[in-house]
Design a binder for this molecule. Structure first.
Ligand code: LLP
Length: 442
């Protein structure tokens, strides 16, 4: 376990998160339960914001809320003075409902719906990142109707290889995201946007992928973006004001992953900022207003999931399963990416691990695992399992598969816990179901 301010083992030998005893939390709120440490989230938001304090071109950190979206997280981001990266009408609605300032929102998506673009412009979101020609047309029309000039960025694909899972790489030549710089289509698209009377092209956006640790990949992406901005200036006479370099900074999940501190994230950002500053100098460009969009690194290590062991199956000589009361419906990442996690028995956190087990969920599907090869003390029915670093892309990708309830989310600060998302009920599951009249029993 990556023991730190957020996660500690207390005198009773229980795991503590944000000063709260996980065994008490499990008793009070039940399991499965998502738990977030508010201090960690705030610290990361501050780390990113402070990393830009000496950058002279101006900046705004955008929290990539696809990692974890609910009204409370937008309230925290707003208090910390950062903006939000939003990718759907649902995220937009949630942020606005939480009172998040629309002008600090950047809207993304490779196929935004007309209704999403309309909601965004009616709400006066700050920036829309354009990812298709038809979107530019639609957006221009909506901006005209609204009587506004909408600021936009062009999503480009700089063609940078990032060493991460194929499903979360976004700047490979065959990516569905962005316009490739290499074949000239990014430049053509910039020219096209410049013809739109109701759109104001501010600059470009790129995001090379997620769960990336090499500083060099980010530096190369920044250099390629700057080179593209120079090309736009030289060939079209268009000088960009803004550059959004996306997110993707990695976090610790399990042994083998680097353990990064706020200082390390600051260094990531310094590398990026130096690349931009040097690149602009070399190319005679003014320093652009900069955005980064971290999601995972803000909330990932802030969150854990608590489960109760309900069944144990030891297939002699083959495998031992601990079956918990959650599964792929609250954490589909093992099924999707074979992601690795660390786990600990929260009620016996001091005990020495003695065996390797697989943690299985309760869904009717063999692949429903939280993971394989967890090294734990010999578990018993009723033990509380804490799976660590589940704050990003767990709740946000949860489902009601098998009509299981999505677990509630609590926020812990200095030992006190409050709901961020209250428990679902069976009634919630059937709220929108309709039995057609001809099927109804008389
Ligand atoms: N900006 C853009 C345009 C993105 O597409 C993403 C992530 C981010 C920022 C934030 O990246 P982060 O800092 O969180 O790495 N479901 C996958 C991750 C998908 C990431 C999608 N885009 C997972 O569970 O690993």
């Amino acid at each position: 376990m990556n023991e730190r301010e957020t996660l500690k083992i207390n005198r009773q030998g229980h795991l503590e998160i944000g000063g709260a005893d996980c065994v008490d939390l499990a008793k009070e709120f039940g399991t499965p339960l998502y738990v977030f440490d508010e201090r960690y989230i705030r610290k990361m938001m501050q780390t990113y914001r402070n990393a830009f304090k000496n950058y002279e071109g101006g900046s705004c950190v955008l929290y990539a809320s696809k990692a974890f979206s609910c009204m409370g997280i937008y309230a925290i981001a707003d208090e910390e003075g950062i903006g939000a990266d939003i990718v759907s009408g649902g995220e937009l609605y949630t942020a606005l409902k939480a009172g998040f300032p629309a002008e600090k929102i950047t809207l993304h998506g490779n196929n935004k719906l007309r209704s999403e673009l309309e909601l965004a412009l009616k709400s006066r979101v700050g920036t829309v990142v354009v990812d298709s020609a038809v979107e530019a047309d639609t957006l221009d029309g909506i901006a005209k109707t609204e009587g506004i000039k909408q600021s936009v960025l062009l999503r480009i694909n700089p063609g940078v290889e990032a060493h991460t899972h194929a499903y979360v790489q976004t700047a490979t030549p065959d990516s569905k995201f962005g316009f490739p710089v290499a074949n000239g289509s990014a430049k053509k698209m910039a020219e096209y946007i410049l013809t739109k009377k109701n759109l104001v092209l501010k600059g470009v956006h790129c995001h090379i992928g997620s769960q990336i640790f090499e500083k060099q990949s980010f530096a190369v992406a920044a250099q390629k973006c700057i080179a593209f901005l120079a090309e736009l200036k030289n060939s079209l006479g268009f000088e960009a004001e803004a550059l959004n370099l996306g997110g993707g900074f990695g976090i610790y999940y399990a042994e083998g992953d680097p353990v990064l501190t706020p200082k390390d994230y600051t260094e990531f950002l310094s590398t990026l900022i130096s690349s931009v500053t040097e690149g602009c100098k070399e190319n005679g460009l003014r320093l652009p207003f900069l955005n980064v969009e971290p999601g995972r690194s803000i909330v990932g290590e802030a969150g854990i999931t608590l489960y109760t062991v309900g069944a144990i199956k030891d297939i002699a000589g083959i495998k031992k399963y601990l079956a918990v009361d959650g599964g792929m419906f609250d954490n589909p990442r093992y099924c999707l990416y074979h992601s690795k996690y660390s786990a600990i028995l929260a009620n016996r956190a001091n005990e020495t691990p003695t065996e390797y087990v697989s943690i299985a969920g309760k869904c009717c599907e063999s692949g429903d695992l939280i993971g394989d090869h967890f090294n734990l003390p010999k578990a018993e029915i009723g033990d509380i399992v804490a799976v660590l670093s589940t704050g990003a892309y767990n709740y946000s990708m949860a489902s009601n598969y098998n009509r299981n309830l999505i677990p509630p989310v609590i926020l812990v600060k200095d030992g006190k816990a409050e709901y961020l998302v209250k428990p679902q009920t069976y009634e919630d599951l059937t709220r929108n179901d309709i039995v057609p009249s001809y099927l109804k029993k008389a």
